[in-house]
Write a protein that binds this ligand. Structure first.
Ligand code: PFF
Length: 453
């Protein structure tokens, strides 16, 4: 699949960088109190998500063809481990179903930008517009269907080469646009209040749920814990330096998230009536405001800047949704011998049905609750705060305790051809630190052993 070493990094980075950075990160930071949450998130990124990302690479590349077979092949006859192959299947359906809703919103905003729909609007207009759009029972569903169809088309037709090439241009361009927006956002009135929210930690508001959210965000942002990256790593070449790639992808991913925070929060404090804890609408209300406030006096600039920015965001969302669909499609293709296009279409249809329910959570079905959460929130909770940490934990146990140590060493050093000074530290993290950390957070959450309220 990936002809070059660079293709491997691009695919993993394409999966990692997406709405998780630009939409979910500011949303979670806003609802979890700001700076303290960010510090904990970065800590988990280093200690948990990044090492587990490298673990997924190692399992995928060594195991070959599918996640099912990878676990079976590497488990040394302990056949129970092959059930880990179901993780990407179940969670793939869940994550794509609600991610596609937000990706659909993004596509709609790109369309609005194309039609010059933001011109002359005020902050109240943007808030009202988003509320009306997201609670509509048809419009967001339509845009979600378009995104799912695009994702399905790319996975079914296998035009991933184009995506690989596109990513090479798209990623740096997105980065430049984000940087420009950061500078713009910092010039808005009251920007310093946003900076305070981002950089002055108040540890008194750190609770068990904040810690669980920070861990969930680290996993979600890097796409780890579900076997998604195992699926990609099956196609990695033998000369890819897994550790180096993992560090590069995690660094890019964290930077994009932090920079998104630097766009959103200074702007939030400059818009009357907007609160950092507004939830999923935060980014969709704030961004068009930034475009209007900063470039409003030069309408042509506002038009092109917002259009290109939303298109880049749609691309970033697509490279992530492709990785979600790929992990489920690969399973049905390999295990049931379904042709890839058929497998991709079947999965997409199921996701579309589930996505309807998620989308209606913002309108007609707002009162339908599962464990006190809307369907959308419940899917997000299941993926980021349940499946991902548990999957990550099991991968650490598998690679740290079940798999022959020589296999791990061979993967980290490319069969002894690479020097890997970080290997001993890495093995220590995978064997002890990461699984223990995840266990402690869950123990606290479930009340088995409370160290935080
Ligand atoms: N990491 C992606 C993002 O930040 O947008 C989301 C994601 C992709 C989550 C793939 C899970 C996954 F398997």
């Amino acid at each position: 699949m990936f002809a070059s070493k660079v293709g491997a990094i691009l695919a993993a980075a394409g999966s990692a960088v997406g709405l998780g950075n630009v939409w979910r990160f500011p949303t979670e930071t806003g609802t979890n109190g700001g700076a303290a949450f960010i510090l904990i998130y970065v800590f988990f990124m280093l200690l948990l998500a990044m090492p587990i990302m490298v673990a997924e690479f190692a399992i995928g590349r060594h195991g070959g063809s599918t996640v099912f077979q990878a676990f079976e092949k590497m488990s040394g006859g302990r056949r129970g481990w092959r059930w880990m192959g179901l993780l990407p299947v179940i969670s793939g359906f869940l994550v794509l179903s609600y991610y596609a809703v937000v990706a659909g919103w993004t596509l709609y905003y790109a369309f609005e930008a194309l039609m010059d729909g933001f011109a002359g609007k005020t902050a109240e207009d943007f808030t009202a517009d988003f509320g009306a759009f997201s609670s509509d029972s048809l419009l967001p569903v339509f845009w979600t269907a378009v995104i799912l169809a695009m994702t399905c088309g790319i996975v079914a037709l296998g035009v991933r080469r184009g995506i690989e090439r596109g990513s090479k241009l798209m990623m740096p361009l997105l980065f430049v646009f984000i940087l420009v927006l950061v500078v713009c956002s910092l010039t808005l009135p009251n920007a310093s209040l946003g900076l305070k929210f981002l950089f002055y930690p108040d540890f008194s508001c750190v609770t068990g749920s904040v810690i669980l959210s920070a861990m969930g965000q680290a996993f979600f942002s890097l796409s780890v814990g579900l076997g998604c990256l195992c699926t990609y790593a099956c196609y990695f070449r033998k000369d890819v330096d897994l550790m180096k790639d993992g560090i590069s992808v995690a660094t890019i991913d964290t930077l994009v998230a932090l920079l998104s925070g630097l766009i959103i929060f200074p702007a939030v404090y400059s818009i009357p009536g907007l609160q950092p804890d507004a939830g999923p609408s935060l980014v969709f209300v704030t961004l068009p405001n930034v475009f209007q406030q900063v470039f409003g006096s030069i309408p042509l600039l506002a038009y092109f800047f917002s259009l290109i920015f939303y298109l880049l965001l749609v691309m970033a969302a697509l490279t992530s949704s492709i990785s979600m669909l790929e992990m489920v499609t690969a399973y049905f293709h390999a295990n049931f011998r379904l042709p890839r296009p058929l497998a991709a279409i079947l999965v997409t249809v199921v996701c579309m049905v589930l996505a309807n329910f998620c989308s209606w959570s913002f309108g007609d079905w707002a009162d339908v609750k599962l464990f006190d959460m809307t369907i959308f929130d419940f899917f997000d909770f299941l993926v980021a705060k349940f499946f991902m940490p548990i999957g990550g934990f099991l991968m650490c146990i598998f690679l740290g305790w079940v798999v022959d140590e020589r296999v791990l060493r061979a993967e980290m050093t490319n069969n002894g051809t690479l020097r890997s000074p970080l290997y001993p530290t890495y093995r220590f993290i995978i064997r002890y630190l990461a699984p223990l950390g995840i266990l402690l957070i869950f123990a606290n959450e479930l009340g088995w052993f409370r160290f935080l309220k």
